[in-house]
Design a protein around this ligand. Structure first.
Ligand SMILES: Cc1ncc(COP(=O)(O)O)c(C=O)c1O
Length: 482
C-alpha cells in the first residue's frame, strides 16, 4: 500500500511464493530495510514486526554479530564441496546445534530449509528401518492440519488440503491422525488445554493402528504446536502419550520444530516445553535468525549408530544430501545466532513475556467475530467466525488494516497469528494486540466495505495497476494456508 510517487520495481517477472500474485502485484507491500523489531517500507513507514518475519527472526532484525560472521566467512572460505570434503565450521556448527538439542539428539544433518529438513527426516526414518532389517516398516503417519513444508514428503504427511490438492497424490502409504483443536470444549483456553489429551492420543493406537499393522509404520511426524494451520496448542499429556505409543510399537516419533524451535515457546524446543523427547527433531528458520537458508535434522545417537554399524564397509551410509548442506556462511550464521541465544538468554526472555502476550491476546475476547483465542509461549492465534462464501475474508481484511496502522501480523485461513521476535518489548506486545482490536472493530463496523481490499488502493497509479491485474483476479482471498 505505497503512497504516491514511490518508484516500484517491475513486478512482472518474480513469481511470489504462497501469494495471490495478481492481487499482490496490484497492491504490493514491500520492505526495504529492517532493524530490531521494525521493518521500513518503501515509503519510509516503520512497521512493527509482529511475526518475526515468517516465524524466523527470533533475535530481531539486523543483528550486527551475524552480519559480521557471515561477511568474514564469505571472504575467508566461500564454499567447500559438501560431499566427500567439508570444512571445520560444519563440524563446529553441528556440535553447537547438538549441544542446543535435548539430550541424546546429538547427530546432526544439515539442510537448507524446513521443507528439506522434513524430507530428510522422513527418508532417515525409512532408511533406518531398512538398515535395521525391517524394510516392511515403510508407512508414514502425519496429522490433520499439519504443515511440514512444500516438498512431496512434506505435503503427503501434511494435512492442509489446499497445499495438496493441486498436485495429485503425493506419496502412497501415508495416513493421518486427528488434529487436537477442540473449539467446542476449549475455546479461549489460556495456554495448554487441560483435558482430552490422552483420549485423543489413544486414537492413534485405536484407529490408525487397527487400519495398519503397527509393524508397518515407520514414523509419526507432528509439530509440537501447529503453527501454520493457525496456532493449535495440544492438550496436556497428549504428546507424552503419543511418545509412549510410538515407543511401544517401535515407531520413530519426529517433532517438526521448524516453528517451535529456538525459543518460540519460551524453551529451546517444543520437546523441552512439553518434556517429551522425540527420536528426530527437524528445525530451520531461527537456526540462522532467518538470514541464511539453513535447516537441521537432529537424530538420536542410536539412529546414527545403526547406519554406521549396519552398512557395508566403505559404503555411503545415507545416500542423501544437498550441494548447500552446511555451506560456510550458513554455519557462521548459525553459530553467531546460537551465541546470541546464549548471551541474551532469549528463550528465558520469551518465557518471561509470555504472560504479557497471553493477557494482551485474551483481552480481545468479546470483540465481534472473535470465535477463539489460543496462545502458548510467544505465539497467539485469533480465530474468526467464518463468513459464508468468503473464507479468510475477515482475517485478510484485519491483516490489511493492521498493516495500514503499522503492525505486521499473519493471516492464515480465518485466523490471525502473532509470533513476534523474542526481542519484543512489553509495550510493543500491547501495541500489536490493541492494533488488532482496532482493526477488527474497523472492519466489522465498515461491513462489506471493510472486507473490500481495494479500499487500500490509495491513488490513481495504484488503481491503474490494480485494474490491469484485476482482470485475472477470480478469488481475491487467499485460500491456501502456509
Ligand atoms: C512446521 C514446519 N515445517 C516445515 C516448514 C517449511 O519450512 P520452509 O518454508 O523453510 O521450507 C514450516 C514453515 O513454516 C513449518 O512451519
Amino acid at each position: 500500500m505505497p503512497t504516491p510517487n514511490i518508484k516500484l520495481p517491475n513486478m512482472d517477472h518474480y513469481w511470489v511464493p504462497f501469494t495471490a500474485n495478481r492481487q499482490f502485484k496490484a497492491m504490493p507491500r514491500l520492505f526495504k530495510a529492517a532493524k530490531g523489531n521494525y521493518f521500513t517500507t518503501m515509503d519510509d513507514r516503520q512497521i512493527l514486526d509482529g511475526t518475526a518475519g515468517l516465524w524466523c527472526v527470533p533475535a530481531g532484525h539486523g543483528r550486527e554479530e551475524i552480519a559480521a560472521a557471515v561477511g568474514n566467512q564469505l571472504r575467508t572460505l566461500d564454499y567447500a564441496p559438501a560431499f566427500q570434503t567439508s570444512h571445520p565450521l560444519a563440524f563446529e556448527a553441528a556440535e553447537r546445534v547438538a549441544q542446543y538439542m535435548p539430550a541424546g539428539l546429538d547427530r546432526i544433518f544439515f539442510t537448507n530449509s524446513g521443507s528439506e529438513s522434513v524430507e530428510t527426516a522422513l527418508k532417515i526414518a525409512l532408511a533406518y528401518h531398512r538398515v535395521c532389517g525391517n524394510p516392511l516398516r515403510n508407512k508414514l503417519i502425519g496429522r490433520e492440519r499439519g504443515y511440514h513444508g512444500v516438498n512431496f514428503g512434506g505435503i503427503a504427511v501434511g494435512g492442509i488440503a489446499g497445499n495438496r490438492k493441486a498436485f495429485g497424490n503425493a506419496l502412497a502409504g501415508v495416513d493421518h491422525i486427528r488434529h487436537p483443536l477442540d473449539i467446542v470444549n476449549n475455546a479461549f483456553t489460556k495456554g495448554v488445554p487441560e483435558d482430552g489429551g490422552i483420549a485423543l492420543a489413544n486414537e492413534f493406537e485405536q484407529r490408525i493402528m487397527t487400519l495398519h499393522d503397527p509393524a508397518t509404520i515407520a514414523s509419526l511426524i507432528v509439530e509440537p504446536m501447529q503453527g501454520s494451520a493457525g496456532v493449535i496448542v495440544p492438550p496436556k499429556n497428549y504428546l507424552k502419550r503419543l511418545r509412549e505409543i510410538c515407543t511401544k510399537h517401535g515407531i520413530l516419533l519426529i517433532f517438526d520444530e521448524v516453528i517451535t524451535g529456538f525459543g518460540r515457546l519460551g524453551t529451546r524446543f517444543g520437546a523441552d516445553y512439553f518434556d517429551v523427547i522425540p527420536d528426530i527433531i527437524t528445525c530451520a528458520k531461527g537456526l540462522t535468525n532467518g538470514v541464511v537458508p539453513m535447516g537441521a535434522v537432529a537424530v538420536k545417537r542410536e539412529i546414527y549408530d545403526a547406519f554406521m554399524e549396519n552398512s557395508a564397509a566403505n559404503a555411503i551410509e545415507l545416500p542423501h544430501g544437498y550441494t548447500y548442506s552446511a555451506i560456510p556462511i550458513a554455519c557462521a550464521a548459525a553459530i553467531a545466532t546460537l551465541d546470541i541465544f546464549a548471551n541474551e538468554k532469549l528463550e528465558d526472555r520469551g518465557a518471561s513475556l509470555s504472560g504479557r502476550l497471553e493477557s494482551a491476546a485474551h483481552s480481545l475476547k468479546g470483540l465481534p467475530m472473535v470465535k477463539d483465542i489460543r496462545n502458548i509461549g510467544l505465539v497467539a492465534g485469533i480465530e474468526f467466525e467464518a463468513i459464508a462464501g468468503k473464507p479468510g475474508a475477515m482475517s485478510f481484511a484485519t491483516y490489511l488494516k493492521c498493516y495500514e496502522m503499522g503492525v505486521h501480523v499473519r493471516y492464515t485461513g480465518d485466523i490471525i497469528a502473532v509470533s513476534p521476535p523474542l526481542t519484543i518489548e512489553p509495550h510493543e506486545i500491547d501495541r500489536i494486540f490493541s492494533t488488532i482490536a482496532d482493526a477488527i472493530k474497523f472492519v466489522v463496523a465498515a461491513g462489506d466495505a471493510g472486507l473490500d481490499h481495494t479500499r487500500y488502493l490509495k491513488n490513481e497509479q495504484d488503481w491503474a495497476m490494480h485494474q490491469s491485474h484485476q482482470a485475472h483476479i477470480n478469488h481475491p482471498i487467499l485460500e491456501h494456508l502456509e
